[in-house]
Design a protein around this ligand. Sequence first.
Ligand code: ADP
Ligand code: MG
Length: 396
Amino acid sequence: MAKMTIRDLDLKGKRVLMRVDFNVPLTDDLKVSDDTRIRAALPTINYALENSAKVILMSHLGRPKGNIMDNLRLDSVRGRLSELLGQEVKKVDSCIGQDAKDASDGLIEGEVLLLENVRFYTEETANDPKFAKELSLLGDLFINDAFGSSHRAHASVVGVADYLPAAAGLLLMKEIEYFEKILRDPEHPFYAILGGAKVSDKIEVIKNLLNVADKILIGGGMAYTFLKARGVEIGSSKLEEDKIELARELMALAENKGKKIVLPLDHIVVEEIKDGARVEKVGLEIPKGKIAVDIGEETRELFKEELKDAKMVVWNGPLGIFEIEDFSYGTREIAEFLAKVEAVKVIGGGDTAACIEKMDMVDKFSHISTGGGASLEYLEGKVLPGIAALKERQDG
Ligand code: ADP
Ligand code: MG
C-alpha cells in the first residue's frame, strides 16, 4: 500500500507533475460527452492549487499508438477542465521538449498546464526511461492520481517515479483504501456479485474473491457456463464451451472452502438479442433456441434474500444485457435493493460502473471504481504497477 500521499508533501511553489486519467469519451465533433473522469480528478487538482502548487497534468486519450492524431488531442478536455475548475487551463501540444519545459517553468502558483496526449509517443507505453526522464524535467514532484491507468507499466504512470519524489493523489488513495479493505480487512458477512459477459474475463477474480468473500452470487452471461457445468439446459445462452470444466473446478473449490456459489433459478429469455424482442420467463431449464438475457424474478428474490444481511458487497458485472432496457430490470432491481442495504458497497468494472451511472444510482454506493481494467486486476490480487512504483520509490 502506498504510504505517502499528496497530503504528506509540501507543495508550495512546487511544480507538481500529475498523472490523471482523462481518457474520456468524445462526440463526433470532439466534445467531451462524459466528464466523470475529469470530475474524479478535481479533488486532487484543487488540493494542489489550494496549497500553492503549479500543476502540470499528463493523461492519455484513446489509442493513438504512438501517432499524432488530431481527433485524440486533449484540447476539448482542456476546455472542460477549465470550466470545471473555474480557471483557464493552459495547454501545450507536446509532452516533452523545449515548449513543454518553457510552459512548465513559466507557471505561477495556482496555475494549471495540460500536456498533450502522452500516447502520441510510442515511448509512453514502452515505459522508455529516457522519455520518463524527460517528462520528469517538467516537475519537482510526481503525483499519480490515475487509478484507471495504474495497471499499466507506462512511462507517465510508472517510469517518472524513478526520477522524482512520488506520492498518490486523493482519488488513487480512495481507490486503494476500498480495494485493500475488500481484500485484506472486509466486513463480514461479505458477499460478491459477479456477472458480465464472460467467465474467461473473471476467472482470477472469482478465485481470489473465494479467499475473502463468504458467498458469491453469479449472474449475467457467465452464469450459463456455470449452469451448464451443473448439467442444466441453457438453450442458446452465452456459453464458453472450453470453460465448463473450469466452472466445475471453481464450484468444487468453493465447496472445499465452504463458500456458497449462488446461480440463477429462472431467466428472461428471447429468440434474438435485439431491442423490442419478445421476452419470455422460463424456469431453471432454458428451452432450445432461447437465449437468457436477464435473471428471472425468482432469482431476483433469491439474490435479495442472499444479500440482505451483508455488511460488505463488491459487485462486478451486470446481471443481464443492461444496454437493452427490457433486459436491464434484473440488474436494476438488485441495485435498488442494495441501495437500501446498510453495508460497504463497492462497484468495480467499467460496464458495471456505466450501468450504475445510467440508472442514476451513483450516490447509493460507497464507492464506484473509476478504473475498469484496473479494478479487475486489483480484485484478481495483482499488484498494480502504478501503485508498486510509488511504494518502491518510498521504500528505497
Ligand atoms: P465489467 O466491464 O463491469 O467488468 P463485463 O465487461 O464483464 O463487465 O460485462 C458487461 C457485459 O456483459 C455487458 O455488455 C452485458 O451486455 C453483458 N451481459 C450481461 N448479461 C449477459 C447475458 N445474459 N448474455 C450475454 N451478455 C451479457
Ligand atoms: Mg467490460
